[in-house]
Design a protein around this ligand. Structure first.
Ligand code: DGJ
Length: 744
């Protein structure tokens, strides 16, 4: 791994065994992009790739240089208004109203490791030699502003991270109207774009389309990364699939408004921009101020989408998630939300906890409704005091009772929100985001607290801390149930208003940092009406997140499959819930529900006391199973085998790092009749090792399983099986089955 600077050609080459990223200082002292892709041999100059050329009608060329037009060169971080007519990476308004800038190369530094980003989540290194960093210092002398572009390349992974930092030294000040984290120009447009779009209840659907001229992309302007889009996109070659072909992934480590945009110009150049969404963003800077953008994580794969995902999984599981829980097996939990909603008392909770303990579950989570007078979604957010009517002994009382049973205790909060019917709102109406004289929209009867104000974070943080200090709490579910609207910070001056949305996100990070630091033993799970803020930024603080409020096993196949494009299984909160399912009213077998939920951080979300003795028996077996295999599931290498967005059948598998063990999940939504014989081609095994396959009497070499496949023909293809596979449900709709493979 290296970052090389060639003095004569003024070129930078960042490379490891898998990737190369090359750019140069151009004649105008700005940065030109030369190559990003599979690793190539280093040499003094790749300058010919800049492709200067004379175009008769070129609109804007440099004075005295007819072949140099910014519109026609590929750039690293393009400016607005200087001859490049495409979308720029930034816009700076100056005192005289000008938006024209000229950032010229000043110096650079190359050093071992990876710096932290002030106030923001980011990937990190742990041991020397894991990564090298390059910082390029550019200066616009006229406005006395520095722009620092930072690049880090990892040694063992095809990963490059980028961010930008602005430092204002001008007494006149400047205003950032847009400040992307990264921009890159690619020399052709032969790509399909993949994004993870969706809505509440169907988050992160895989959406693929051919690039077209003009702009396309995904974004959020909701104050959170959102259910609708995820801060991720990939460009893949049309022929690339799960296991072959070139794929470029771009993922933003941020939880607020974002823009991920692809622009194809008429010369077929593809420009990718990623960063904080410029809408509603306006960052005024005085002399001495610094503005730091979030980080973009770029992953390269020439072995298809699976390899891209596996790289993100490894990086995000081991070098983005932090803390004690990063590497520990996650506790199997029971959450009371779908069991009781707001309607519970201590007796009911203890009743569920007792059964949970009997069945081997490890953690009880008390969800919404334990505080203030919260019997429905109309009141009490902000009043983080236990409701004595429901919990006479307070949180301390119930937590002690639960822990005495031998379970850990977890608790729900929604720190960023307030109801008008709350003591907090009555005391501090000015703490809520609200534009004066305007209608203020509510969402679920609640309003957004102004986390751009330190005193608000201080107050809410203090209340949460008090609860966490008083009781034996080892898990927190941090929820967030609405988008931001009518954003205005009451009492703050006009110049601050364009900072509020981003500052609110910084405020969330600040509170997370404070709580995770103070309570390192607590496992945090992020949540936002399910998967409305499931992003890399959250993963830095909370190593797992609730991926969707939709707990139906069939719907979850798609949600988990789409989520796996970027996020590791260890981050995916997935539970077995009751039937008929509360979101789609579907009935599925309890084993199918578990067979899906195993591929994540496993738990239950139902009233265990309403289950039949046979179902309780199934739960006990499932819990034992998960305890035995969670290490494999949460840390293994994940392979997608059959795509629920395209087929009736979903299949995936996870293989231990030493490839001695693997677990395959196979799911069929509707029962077909009289189909052809079927085999499932597996991945990731050792070719020359023999594997036993659960419930089968034979064993098979890895190369057979990865080439001929595993025979999965069953009665749908006229084969009646005698033995029952692991976790197999009865044939019929919503059939599922697991195969455990163990090397002999
Ligand atoms: C939305 C979450 O996604 C649910 O799991 C639950 O915690 C409710 N909020 C509680 O209000």
């Amino acid at each position: 791994m290296a970052i090389v600077y060639h003095e004569n050609s003024r070129e930078f080459h960042l490379y490891n065994n898998e990737i190369s990223y090359i750019f140069k200082i151009m004649d105008n002292e700005q940065l030109g992009q030369l190559y990003y892709g599979k690793h190539i041999n280093d040499r003094e100059s790749f300058g010919h790739l800049l492709e200067y050329g004379f175009r008769d009608m070129a609109p804007c060329v440099f004075e005295g240089n007819h072949v140099f037009s910014l519109e026609h060169v590929k750039q690293e971080y393009p400016a607005y208004g200087t001859g490049d007519m495409r979308y720029s990476a930034f816009e700076i308004e100056q005192k005289n109203g000008s938006l024209i800038t000229d950032f010229k190369y000043k110096s650079h530094s190359i050093y071992e490791g990876k710096p932290k980003l002030a106030g923001l989540p980011a990937t990190y290194t742990e041991a020397p030699g894991e990564a090298v960093t390059l910082e390029i210092f550019l200066e616009d002398a006229l406005i006395q502003t520095d722009l620092i572009l930072t690049y880090t390349i990892y040694e063992e992974m095809p990963v490059l991270t980028r961010n930008a930092r602005y430092v204002c030294s001008s007494a006149e000040g400047i205003t950032l109207k847009a400040a992307m984290s990264a921009s890159i120009d690619l020399p052709d447009n032969n790509y399909e774009m993949i994004d993870l779009s969706g809505a509440w209840g169907r988050e992160r659907s895989v959406n693929v389309h051919q690039l077209h001229y003009g702009v396309q992309g995904v974004y959020s302007m909701r104050g959170s990364s959102s259910h609708q889009f995820n801060p991720f996109l990939a460009l893949k070659r049309p022929e690339a699939g799960e296991f072959t072909g070139e794929v470029l992934g771009f993922s933003l480590v941020y939880s607020g408004n974002f823009l991920a945009q692809v622009e194809v110009d008429t010369f077929d150049v593809t420009r990718i921009l990623m960063g904080i969404h410029p809408n509603g963003f306006q960052w005024s800077m005085a002399k001495g101020d610094t503005f730091q953008t979030p980080e973009v994580v770029m992953v390269y794969s020439n072995e298809g989408l699976n390899k891209m995902s596996q790289t993100y999984h490894k990086l995000y599981r081991t070098r983005l998630a932090r803390g004690k829980w990063r590497d520990l097996p996650r506790p199997i939990l029971i959450n009371n939300w779908e069991a009781t909603y707001f309607n519970f008392n201590e007796e009911k909770i203890i009743g569920i906890a007792e059964t949970a303990k009997k069945l081997g579950i490890e953690l009880f989570v008390l969800d919404d409704g334990w505080f203030g007078k919260r019997d429905d979604a109309n009141s009490s957010l902000g009043d983080w005091f236990p409701d004595p009517k429901k919990l006479p002994g307070g949180i301390k009382g119930i937590a002690e009772k639960v822990t005495k049973l031998g379970l850990q205790f977890g608790l729900w909060f929604e720190p960023e929100m307030v109801n008008k019917d709350s003591d907090l709102y009555r005391a501090h109406p000015e703490w809520m985001l609200a534009a004066p004289g305007r209608n203020i929209s509510h969402g679920r009867n609640q309003y957004v607290l102004d986390f751009s104000k330190d005193e608000v974070i201080e107050y809410v943080g203090g209340l949460v801390e008090k609860v966490l200090e008083e009781a034996p709490i080892s898990y927190v579910k941090w929820d967030m149930n609405r988008s931001m609207s009518e954003v205005f910070s009451q009492g703050q001056d006009a110049g601050c208003q364009g900072k509020v949305i981003h500052r609110c996100i910084l405020g969330v990070y600040k509170l997370y940092e404070r709580l995770t630091e103070k309570f390192p033993h607590i496992l945090f799970e992020s949540c936002a009406s399910g998967g409305g803020r499931f992003d890399p930024g959250m993963l830095y603080y909370a190593p797992q997140g609730w991926i969707s409020d939709d707990t139906d096993a069939v719907e979850r196949l798609k949600i988990q499959y789409g989520t796996s494009y970027v996020y590791p299984l260890s981050s995916m909160g997935s539970h077995v819930s009751a039937v008929p399912n509360h979101q789609v009213f579907r009935n599925t077998h309890i084993d199918t529900r578990a067979n899906v939920a195993y591929f994540g951080t496993f738990g239950y979300e139902l009233d265990l006391n309403q289950l039949s003795p046979e179902e309780q028996q199934s739960v006990a077996q499932q819990v034992q199973f998960m305890k035995k295999y969670r290490e494999l599931i949460q840390k293994g290498v994940f392979y997608r085998l059959s795509n629920p967005f395209e087929k009736n059948e979903t299949a995936w598998m996870v293989v231990s790092e030493d490839r001695m063990q693997a677990l395959v999940g196979y799911y069929r939504v509707l029962q077909p009749v009289n189909t052809g014989y079927k085999r499932l081609v597996l991945k990731g095994l050792q070719e020359d090792s023999q594997y036993t396959v659960s419930s089968r009497e034979t064993s098979h070499y890895g190369d057979e399983l990865m080439n001929c496949g595993l025979v999965i023909s069953d009665r749908a293809s006229g084969v009646s099986k005698k033995e029952t596979e692991l976790g197999e449900t009865k044939q019929g709709d919503y059939y599922s089955c697991l195969f455990l493979l163990e090397a002999i």
